[in-house]
Write a protein that binds this ligand. Structure first.
Ligand code: SER
Length: 341
């Protein structure tokens, strides 16, 4: 008998770290992890198998299909918004072609196994594109269908892949004669900027939040690349993981849409500065605006309406801003950077 496993792409990334550790604590979940780089040592004991490889390698994905019964795919691998702007076509390849490969794997596995493979996909506030600061202020919390007019390659990629997921779940093969009863069960969460106590993001535009905090904890100078009044939603990693696990385990009949906002707190960059300076009074933080990156975050909403997630799968964050810092970020970060004696 083939082993039933959960496949996680982008295993070494920030969400991968949190998710793998959380899944490993669940009895009976076997994890196959995939990443371009060697797996972080702390994750090795949590995984049943690690494959160093590329999501663009269809031979590799074919081999996975032959070896495992994959019940759920968490497709986390992607190139974030700032990095994608430096090389948009490469980002498109990884973010779109890579996702298409995984969707196809999910579809083929669903047919082969005779049951729908769950496809859990993290999307982003980058799919939104508000035209100016006045509109951003006026709109406040925005719903999933509003302002889906992204201004970055990453945002375009995520929005398109959300639609691909919906296509493969609802419409694929409807016209074809070889219609199979089973396709994927695509479920997507649009994340705000994420802050982890364990890892620092690379190549994102919400990175100023986590970078400011980790920089202060390490005693390094940090030049924040957005204006102090910049406001976008953020969430700490434990809540992000909670939302992924909740949407994955929600009964199919309670899922009324394929894409959901989740939200937690919406600080300005100055609010983050203040709370970091409270914890590290000597923190050396300056504001040195990067016009391109500022333009990107100015196009993202101030906050997201996550009432659909609350209604459909009882989503509620555990951490507001104060609790995030007091009970999760600061204690864990102090421990992470404590001097070795
Ligand atoms: N954190 C992502 C980025 O900055 C947005 O979801 O690209």
């Amino acid at each position: 008998m083939r082993n039933e496993v959960v496949l996680i792409t982008g295993a070494n990334g920030e969400i991968g770290h949190g998710l793998i550790k959380a899944l490993a604590q669940r009895n009976g979940t076997q994890i196959v992890a995939l990443d371009l780089r060697p797996l972080d040592e702390s994750l090795i004991p949590c995984c049943d198998r690690f494959i160093q490889g590329d999501i663009l390698d269809s031979m590799l994905l074919g081999r996975l299909m032959a070896e495992y019964d994959i019940t759920t795919i968490y497709h986390l691998a992607s190139i974030l918004s700032t990095k994608a702007e430096y090389n948009p076509e490469t980002a498109h390849k990884i973010n779109v072609e890579g996702t298409l490969n995984l969707l196809r794997l999910g579809v083929e596995l669903s047919t082969w196994q005779g049951s729908s493979v769950k496809f859990i996909y993290p999307s982003s506030i980058a799919v939104y594109g508000l035209p100016d600061l006045e509109t951003k202020k006026q709109e406040g919390k925005i719903k999933e269908w509003m302002w889906c007019t992204p201004i970055t390659m990453y945002g375009c990629n995520k929005l398109y892949c959300e639609n691909l997921g919906k296509y493969y779940t609802k419409y694929y093969r409807q016209l074809a004669k070889d219609r199979s009863k089973h396709s994927i069960d695509f479920r997507c969460i649009r994340f705000p900027g994420l802050i982890s106590a364990e890892t620092i993001p690379t190549g994102g535009t919400s990175d100023y939040g986590p970078e400011m905090l980790h920089g202060a904890a390490k005693g390094e100078h940090y030049a924040c690349f957005v204006r102090p009044d910049t406001r976008i939603p953020f969430m700490v990693m434990p809540d992000a993981i909670k939302s992924l696990l909740l949407i994955e385990s929600a009964p199919r009949e309670s899922i009324t849409q394929s894409v959901y906002n989740v939200s937690s707190f919406s600080p300005s960059a100055k609010d983050i500065y203040d709370i970091v300076r409270q914890a590290y009074p000597d923190a050396d933080i300056t504001f040195d605006v990067d016009a391109q990156r500022q333009r990107i975050v100015d196009s993202w909403p101030e906050d997201c309406d996550d009432s659909a997630a609350l209604h459909d799968w009882e989503w509620k964050p555990d951490y507001d801003m104060q609790r995030s810092f007091d009970e999760y970020l600061l204690p864990a970060i102090k421990n992470l950077y404590k001097p070795i004696v």
